[in-house]
Design a protein around this ligand. Structure first.
Ligand code: ZN
Length: 531
């Protein structure tokens, strides 16, 4: 079901519409731009609205949607609920949102006031800088040209308008595109990096400098999924009197579209276990896409001091962009981590065959863990830059530990472990099991227990994050409402780890020794806590 505006042909155009001729609707969807909007951005906000016209043409309507500057008329008010508007809010919130008001009885959308916060431009700047500065020289500064910022505004305008047309986020859209296609200049410029602007797929961070991909392949835009979703939602079917009557035909549409091309796939934003449905990601393989993304971050990092330099300013922008770079690095780690203990959900109607639920193949889960071992657990030394530390005040120690904590909490948590345990119960030897996960994790995270090497500050942070995640799980066993094997698995791991740490302590020296004693004490206290 979709909430939607009432779009109907004029009575004199009904026959033309039925013949497939494009006609204007009786009442088009019109947005007014807040008169408080800085003049130079108005045309881009308008463009972002008008960009939807092609989608409505697919549903048989021309000039169905457009934006206008607010009338210079003293009787006109931005707060009037009888028209729709994009409201420019003088606020430091780095965001925008597209709500709407609809009649709950019919689902008819009545009006919308889009919230456009001034500082969404800060968000756009930081994304574009961190994701594309390796390939686009225009991104290598703190103050973009008006034309570049305008195009960024246009894309967000289209996304928010999409919500006000009744579309939800489609987080599965980006996962329908092979990673190699994102590097193929001809293909990606023609098709866009993601079939839906309703995904949270920002900019093409996979493209490498030698690929020479330009704006059409770097920016998100209204794509084939969006056009089709509008067609599905807005095509006028006078032959059906109720939504129920329409359903069989619409379902047939969905099935035939999906058979034609998987890029018509929808992926919900509310699935915590399906690695295809993620925000801020690109492509069908998180390991491959993230490896390319990291290569680009490695090109950007040594240039942060230079690219953030502005006359008469201090170094705070360099620090800020370093922090943004770490956040982007953390996103790549998160995208990969969701494959571990992952489970695909592909909604189907009863007319369709095949599984709705499938576990992520064992080889892929293992590959995800190997990626994390290589890119994160083995300290990413490239993130430590003496100039950024000494001059800009960057803090790689704290920043990397935050990523460690995020990833450990994601892998070692009740949902992941339960999925692994269930997969093992149903699929036996073909499953990636919880004990395999901990064997693999321990080999990399605790390698110093065998090698006897000193444990550096980054690795101490990593090991602390590992222990704290297990401690958190064991604590769940005190809660009678938690019915799960996960605390038992965690307790077993801590008992074994305590033994290994005890063996390693005598030979350890200095702060490595103190760290191991601390880990031992934390584990010991956790295991001895009476319920
Ligand atoms: Zn959104």
């Amino acid at each position: 079901m979709i909430t939607r505006w009432r779009l109907e042909p004029k009575p004199e155009d009904v026959e033309k519409y039925k013949q497939g001729e494009l006609v204007e609707p009786q009442k088009p969807i019109v947005f007014y731009i807040d008169p408080a909007t800085p003049k130079k951005w108005v045309k881009y906000l308008i463009q972002g609205v008008n960009d939807w016209q092609v989608a409505f043409e697919q549903a048989g309507f021309k000039n169905a949607i457009y934006a206008l500057e607010a009338p210079k008329d003293s009787t006109w008010s931005i707060d009037d609920a009888s028209h729709s508007a994009i409201v420019y809010k003088p606020s430091d919130i780095p965001n925008a949102s597209g709500p709407h008001v609809h009649d709950p009885r019919t689902g008819e959308i009545l009006e919308t006031h889009i919230n456009w916060y001034h500082n969404v431009m800060k968000l756009l700047h930081d994304w574009y800088f961190i994701q594309t500065a390796a390939v686009d020289t225009a991104a290598r500064k703190m103050q973009f040209s008006d034309e570049l910022m305008g195009q960024l505004i246009r894309f967000v305008s289209s996304h928010e308008v999409g919500h006000t047309l009744g579309l939800r986020h489609n987080w599965g859209s980006s996962a329908t595109v092979p990673v190699d296609s994102l590097r193929n200049k001809k293909w990606v410029e023609a098709n866009g990096h993601t079939p839906s602007i309703m995904d949270y797929a920002r900019f093409n961070y996979v493209a490498q400098p030698e690929d020479n991909v330009t704006y059409p392949g770097l920016f998100p835009r209204i794509g084939m999924y969006d056009k089709w979703a509008i067609d599905w939602g807005y095509r006028w079917f006078p032959q059906y009197k109720t939504a129920k009557d329409e359903t069989p035909e619409l379902n047939k549409w969905i099935m035939s579209q999906l058979n034609k091309d998987k890029r018509y796939q929808f992926g919900t934003e509310t699935d915590p276990s399906d690695p295809r449905n993620q925000n801020e990601d690109l492509g069908d393989d998180a390991m491959k896409a993230s490896a390319y993304g990291i290569k680009n971050l490695q090109r950007i990092l040594p240039n942060i001091m230079k690219w953030t330099k502005e006359p008469d300013k201090d170094y705070s922008d360099a620090k800020d962009m370093y922090d943004q770079l770490i956040i982007q690095f953390g996103r790549y780690m998160g995208h990969v981590a969701k494959n571990i203990g992952g489970k695909y959900t592909t909604p189907k109607s009863v007319e369709q065959t095949g599984n709705v639920f499938e576990y992520v193949p064992a080889a892929k889960q293992k590959e995800a863990l190997e990626f994390l071992n290589k890119q994160l657990f083995t300290t990413p030394l490239w993130l430590i830059d003496k100039n950024l530390v000494g001059i800009a005040g960057a803090s790689p120690v704290g920043s990397i530990e935050k990523v460690d904590v995020m990833v450990m909490n994601r892998i070692i948590n009740i949902r992941t472990l339960e999925t692994l345990l269930e997969n093992e119960a149903y699929n036996g030897a073909s499953a990636y099991t919880a004990s395999q996960l901990f064997d693999d994790l321990k080999k990399s995270v605790w390698s110093e227990l065998n090698s006897g090497k000193a444990i550096d500050i980054y690795r101490r942070g990593l090991q602390r994050a590992y222990v704290q995640s297990l401690v958190g799980l064991v604590a769940l066993s005190a809660n009678p409402a938690v019915i799960s094997d996960a605390p038992a698995v965690a307790r077993g791991q801590l008992i074994a780890l305590r033994t290994d740490i005890a063996k390693a302590i005598p030979a350890a020296k200095g702060i490595s020794k103190s760290h191991l004693q601390d880990m031992y004490a934390i584990i010991d206290t956790t295991l001895n806590t009476k319920k």
